[in-house]
Design a protein around this ligand. Structure first.
Ligand code: HC0
Ligand code: SF4
Ligand code: SF4
Length: 562
């Protein structure tokens, strides 16, 4: 067997890709800024330097493992170097830590603290660059950037969007969108995957916390809130729960204590989406038109398609996303019922997603300039608001949603994970065609960013693809375009794994956290009273009372104009 000696301890070599992974096996976590196991190795931050006998000092992340290596991870020389690197980073950093959204969750803060750095010896003389406020979804603060390039590589390699890059040299290096434009002025699709990679506060969701408090405190406004599927299995992570713990009831109670007038569930609208999108799919199958049908609920994907695959737009479902269906339905129904003006009803959503902020701002989703969804808070922002309000989240008694928009089927809950939308639509469509009793489609639950499967629907074999991550999506669509692949239905989520891994979720270093969130949603489905959208009794009531075909079309569908 092959082995190496790390700080005098012998460690077996298996399939470690680099020294950093081997060192981890010796129970030593080296500090890094630029290493992520799922993107390419950049080796820029130099924090993971170690000494290898006979070779000198090397970066562990980009050094392959070989038999017989003798490695020291903490000599005086290495420690001094590391400390110097952090001090130089701090000198180039605006150090407004108290007001930084990332405070408490920042790797620079943590490493500086761990290394006992209590003063910063160097001072930057030039003015720090300004914040980039150009995007609806993402706040870019280049004064906090440590030039690790993680966001550059995620955007390019995982999402194949590539709007961020290095510019300038040496001390003038910056990470910036092309031509030094604002991030809201380039082809960024707002997925927020760069936010999750950023170790510091240089990229964060654009917070709307103050707008929401102001609406709540405004006595003239009725403020209602919806929560997305993926939020309920992640928010708890901020309050000591394991990833995947379902805290729906506590979230409802917290939102009531914060002062929202009604607390509703985006899942109700996801059930609506299943019916609308399912019917649309069955119609297209019958006519053979615009197949494959692509799902439309991910605004990161929709913008990606508008930019790079405009020829595919007719294939995207005309259904609005659940967030937007919810908004338009609320503004229509609740204003009539309470006899209030549209402007006085404020709809807030809690989403795992930064792109939902952008979606809510789109022109398509306004009536006379008034938005269907007024404010979108990410899971991160909700956690901060709960903390600000002093609510002891972990000991809250679970509350229940307001009706009718608080009732949901299990099919709608699994929307939050890649494969969930397809499974939910199949539970409806197959039942409609064949009068089959409920089936779950476990083959759609495999842990993979591309799942291809065939399902027999009333004697007809349908081919489905479920893809997540925009780089994977690009590869798949290119194959469809070249005629190498044929599908009837394609589900696309911009974030790998789906919304459970959205750009507004708690940052977790391990992919196990994301898997646990997905499992939490599937387990939640089992716990609920009904499992197919067509069995949601409130849904039928809303259709009967408020949605004839014309109204359903007006409120629940759209055409993307780009
Ligand atoms: Fe999702 Fe959704 S499932 S996009 O991933 O479809 O954000 O959670 O809310 O709208 O329901 C996000 C999550 C949603 C929407 C739903 C869909
Ligand atoms: Fe790239 Fe997504 Fe970040 Fe925009 S939000 S810069 S598309 S990773
Ligand atoms: Fe948002 Fe979900 Fe799309 Fe990610 S996959 S951009 S979280 S809607």
């Amino acid at each position: 067997t092959l082995s190496a000696v790390i700080d005098n301890i012998e460690v077996q070599i298996e399939d470690e890709r680099n020294l950093l992974e081997l060192i981890k096996k010796a129970h030593i976590e080296l500090p890094t800024f630029c290493y992520h196991s799922d993107i390419s190795i950049y080796g820029a931050c130099r924090m993971c330097m170690v000494e290898v006998s006979g070779r000198g000092i090397v970066p562990a992340c980009s050094t392959p493992v070989s038999d017989g290596m003798v490695i020291s991870t903490n000599t005086k020389q290495i420690r001094d170097m590391r400390k110097m690197i952090v001090e130089l980073m701090l000198a180039n950093h605006d150090q407004n830590c108290t007001t930084c959204p990332k405070s408490g969750d920042c790797r620079l803060q943590k490493i500086a603290h761990q290394m006992g750095i209590s003063t910063v010896r160097f001072k930057q003389t030039e003015a720090f660059p300004q914040m980039d406020l150009s995007s609806d979804a993402i706040l870019r603060d280049p004064a906090k950037c440590v030039l690790c390039g993680d966001c550059v590589r995620v955007c390019r390699e995982i999402q194949s969007v590539g709007v961020l890059d290095f510019a300038g040299r040496g001390a003038n290096s910056v990470v910036t969108p092309s031509f030094k434009k604002g991030i809201g002025e380039v082809e960024c699709v707002n997925c927020g995957q760069c936010i999750k990679a950023c170790p510091v506060g240089a990229l964060t969701p654009k917070y709307q916390i103050n707008d929401v408090w102001n609406a709540i405190h405004d006595k003239l406004k009725t403020v209602v809130v919806q929560i997305a599927p993926a939020v309920r299995v992640a928010l708890g992570e901020y309050f000591g729960f394991e990833p995947g713990t379902v805290t729906t009831g506590q979230i409802v109670s917290a939102l009531r204590m914060m002062g929202f007038n009604k607390v509703y569930d985006t899942c109700f609208a996801a059930d609506l989406t299943v019916i609308e999108e399912g019917n649309e799919f069955l119609k297209r199958l019958e006519k053979g038109d615009n197949l494959p049908q692509f799902t439309s609920c991910c605004p990161g994907w929709v913008k990606f398609a508008e930019q790079y695959y405009p020829d595919m737009l007719p294939n995207i479902s005309s259904c609005r996303s659940p967030q937007q269906m919810f908004g338009s339905l609320c503004k229509d129904k609740l204003t009539k019922e309470a006899n209030i003006k549209r402007e006085d009803l404020v709809v807030v959503s809690i989403m795992p997603c930064t792109a939902k902020k952008y979606e809510a701002n789109r022109e398509e989703f306004r009536v006379n300039g008034n938005k269907d969804v007024d404010f979108v808070l990410t899971t991160q922002e909700l956690a901060l608001m709960i903390k600000e309000r002093g609510i002891e989240f972990s000991s809250l008694e679970p509350g229940s949603f307001d009706m009718p928009f608080g009732f949901k089927s299990g099919a709608s809950v699994i929307f939050g994970t890649s494969g969930g939308v397809s499974e939910a639509v199949l539970r409806y469509a197959v039942d409609k065609v064949t009068n089959n009793s409920f089936t779950d489609y476990k083959q759609l639950r495999v842990d993979s960013n591309l799942k291809i499967t065939e399902v027999n629907v009333g004697g007809k074999v349908l081919r489905l693809a479920i893809v997540s991550g925009l780089g994977n999506t690009r590869k798949l669509i290119d194959k469809i375009r070249r005629g190498e692949e044929y599908f009837d239905l394609v589900e696309v989520m911009a974030c790998c794994g789906g919304c459970v891994n959205g750009g507004g979720q708690p940052v977790t270093d391990s992919s196990n956290g994301v898997k646990a969130r997905a499992k939490g949603l599937y387990d939640n489905d089992v716990m609920l009273q009904v499992h197919s959208s067509q069995e949601n009794p409130y849904l039928q009531k809303v259709y009967d009372a408020d949605l004839d075909e014309h109204k359903a079309h007006e409120l629940l569908h759209t055409v993307y104009k780009n």
